[in-house]
Design a protein around this ligand. Sequence first.
Ligand code: SF4
Ligand code: SF4
Length: 289
Amino acid sequence: MKEDRKMNNPAQWVETIIKGFINRSPENTLKNTANDKAWADPLVGFSRGDDPIFQAYKEHVGPFHWTPLEVFNLTFPQFRVEADQLTVISWILPQTEKTKSDLRKETVYPSESWARARIFGEEVNVKLRQHAVATLQASGIEAAAPMLSPSWERKTSERYGFASTWSERHAAYASGLGTFGLCDGLITPRGKAMRCGSVVAHMQISPTARPYQDHQAYCVFFSQGICGRCIQRCPADAITKSGHDKIKCKSYVDVTRNYVTTHFGFEGYGCGFCQTGVPCESRIPEKQE
Ligand code: SF4
Ligand code: SF4
């Protein structure tokens, strides 16, 4: 049965692996006393390993940004594959309604659930990457999670400042899952309050359509010149009509560390005010908003 699904509908098979882990595994937890789930039902998208967009990222982000083939070759130097034999599997992990609601009420420091999602939720995301890789490999499909590669590293982009050798949001954009907002977050059909992940696999799956013409299509500030609610929500003045100041943002996120440790009793941090209490929080905003 599993073999049938894998052969006949590999997209559905992979989606079941990802959704099954998030929706049914006890690993999906904020590790609080209520044992709340870290993430709601995921979205999954696919892009081709030879999609020219990954080459374009080298020009936009920096020459250090990997193509799927580069990730694969770094992980499996013993194999020879062509880029068109690879698929990028990308997923969106939406914040739960409770976590979003908790942060909506705050204006300066993160709520406990939001900070837990940033730390323990990302641990879930790491486990999901490992689970997806292990499940594919157990079926004879070589797979690698770029973010878990020992070669992954932070870089400085001439155009964008803080960057890295693989961007989960760019993989999600390539895989039809959303476009960038004024604050740099990715606006997806489940909104911008989310985290994302990806795996590069030696298998061919039809790519998910990109239902947008440009990389900022879903943000109504760019499409209509309206909104800008994320500017008002940012406690660090890190968002203006000119965009997102990553240095100011990072400095503010660092300031939250002490607050999280003293108020919630674990080492963490978090902000994300630009992701909640805004029209793109949980969906693609309507044009008239
Ligand atoms: S809050 Fe408004 S301006 Fe900011 S990213 Fe969302 S849609 Fe764009
Ligand atoms: S994460 Fe926080 S500091 Fe950074 S842009 Fe968003 S609201 Fe501002």
